[in-house]
Design a protein around this ligand. Structure first.
Ligand SMILES: [Zn+2]
Length: 103
């Protein structure tokens, strides 16, 4: 693999992570999986854009969601960053517009 090709892929991946941070993930329930855990169903679904996996814990009897967890890709650039405030989101939005050549 050439350096240019690798750099292009890294940039594409980085952009997808930024996009998810700004516009939220694209959860694909059709690619998801459901397992049983006692009185709960664990419904896992990947993001089509960045491959983060969201798992919701659903009470089998009522269908209510009683917990949510996320597993991020190993190279996910924003793990542990927590919630973004309006200023941080704005900064990332401008970074994306710059990457798309729209500034
Ligand atoms: Zn995502």
């Amino acid at each position: 693999m050439t350096t240019a090709k690798l750099t292009k892929q890294m940039n594409k991946k980085f952009t997808s992570h930024l996009t998810c941070r700004i516009w939220q993930h694209l959860w694909n329930v059709n690619r998801g999986d459901v397992t049983s855990d006692g009185g709960y169903l664990l419904w896992s679904m990947p993001c089509d854009r960045c491959e983060t996996v969201k798992t919701i814990k659903v009470r089998r009897r009522t269908g209510r969601i009683e917990g949510t967890s996320y597993v991020y890709p190993a190279d996910y650039g924003f793990q542990g960053l927590g919630a973004l405030d309006a200023d941080k989101r704005g900064s990332i939005r401008l970074t994306l517009l710059d990457r798309f050549g729209k500034l």
